[in-house]
Design a protein around this ligand. Structure first.
Ligand SMILES: NC(=O)c1ccc[n+]([C@@H]2O[C@H](COP(=O)([O-])OP(=O)(O)OC[C@H]3O[C@@H](n4cnc5c(N)ncnc54)[C@H](OP(=O)(O)O)[C@@H]3O)[C@@H](O)[C@H]2O)c1
Length: 350
């Protein structure tokens, strides 16, 4: 039986300061699963919510959307999971579903990982954002509508077609590289700090370009690599003004650019004559347009992890439990983390 109270990192007001508080543990309804969170990962969106006041209107809020843990209790109608199952899951921006706490009531879109809890917690948001932005087929979704690689027809569907992934060493970027490999894209070109070249090559990147080169130098290198072949799909995993402009410029007319942050930041207005489609992915498995593909992806995830098609991020465990999250978010904000996911252990305060 779970305890009645737990520790949670609460954001009391919009753009307020995080505070560690005692809050009640949620009681699972008939179809719910209560999870004891062993590992929770930090994401850039959390410092953005706190400093920009975006995405959440109801406060107090409990943030955090990446976690792994153990099933603690199940509702009477839950047939697929039992107490003690190890799972990873994506949280959502509502208190019962947040992961910056010791217990959460996630939607059951989880898989059972053989990874460590820390490795498993690096994946839910990153792989979802990659897959949803590339392959969601629902017309009302924000996606490039690529053929998904679940089956033979989709596997290698893009053989011989170049792809540019801006920010390949980010968590999202690492997953996009791995999905691009599954889809057969070639060459797979990415930008990152060059110290991350061995890692990104091991994930499937064929060319890693120094992200500190000037836009003109990057464009020139892209031309050399592709030999002038059109780049009709670009995924900007960073989506800052300068990366958006690079991604948009590199994209060929008629192509599709996926952004992970709003395109209002695009430094130059889009030109209709370019016929370039820009989509802003929302990497949540919880919203209706993403549900079908979420289920399909979760069915595949276990196999991908088992076979090594999908590898988790490198992990740095930040000591101090939930209380260490604000300082960890500061590190993300100041670009102090490279090709690594910061993880906390919420039970450290138990
Ligand atoms: N729309 C959504 O649903 C959604 C979901 C998840 C994330 N996001 C957004 O997507 C972005 C990435 O998130 P994340 O969690 O993947 O980030 P992350 O792992 O924290 O990103 C860190 C990495 O970003 C790279 N980087 C920073 N600036 C760069 C630049 N100008 N060019 C190329 N690489 C750069 C760094 O590369 P080096 O160390 O190699 O220099 C570093 O490895 C964030 O803006 C986040 O808010 C959106």
């Amino acid at each position: 039986m779970a305890p009645r109270m737990q520790k949670a990192l609460v954001l009391p007001t919009k753009m307020g300061l995080f505070s560690l508080q005692d809050v009640p543990v949620y009681r699972p309804g008939p179809t719910d699963v209560l999870v004891k969170i062993e590992s929770a990962a930090l994401n850039p969106v959390e410092w953005k919510i706190q400093t920009m006041g975006i995405y959440i209107e109801n406060y107090p809020a409990i943030l955090g959307t990446d976690a792994a843990g153990v099933v603690e209790e199940t509702g009477e109608n839950v047939k697929t999971l039992v107490k003690g199952d190890r799972i990873l899951f994506q949280g959502f921006f509502e208190p019962a579903f947040g992961t910056f706490q010791q217990y959460s009531l996630p939607e059951r879109l989880q898989i059972s990982p053989k990874l460590s809890f820390d490795q498993a917690a690096t994946l839910p948001v990153a792989i979802s954002t990659a897959v949803l932005g590339m392959y969601n087929q629902r017309p009302e979704s924000t996606s490039a509508y690529l053929i998904h690689p679940w089956n033979e027809a989709g596997h290698n569907a893009y053989a011989g077609k170049p792809i540019l992934i801006v920010g390949g060493s980010s968590s999202v970027g690492q997953c996009v590289i791995q999905m691009a490999k599954l889809s057969g894209f070639s060459p797979i070109i990415t930008t990152a700090s060059l110290r991350n070249t061995p890692l990104l090559s091991s994930l499937g990147a064929s060319h890693v370009l120094d992200r500190n080169l000037s836009p003109a130098a990057l464009m020139s290198k892209l031309g050399d690599i592709t030999g002038g072949t059109a780049i009709s799909f670009v995924y900007d995993a960073i989506s800052l003004p300068d990366t958006q402009l690079l991604a948009y410029t590199a994209l060929s007319p008629g192509g599709t650019l996926v952004l992970t942050f709003p395109k209002e930041l695009l430094a130059e207005p889009e030109k209709a004559s370019d016929r370039k489609t820009i989509v802003e992915v929302f990497g949540s498995l919880y919203i209706p347009p993403n549900r079908d593909i979420a289920v399909a992806m979760c069915q595949k995830l276990g196999g991908w992890l088992e076979s090594g098609v999908l590898k988790p991020n490198r992990v740095e465990v930040v000591p101090g439990g939930l209380a260490a999250i604000p300082a960890g978010l500061e590190r993300l904000k100041s670009n102090g983390v490279s090709a690594t996911k910061l993880i906390v252990h919420p039970q450290e305060f138990a």
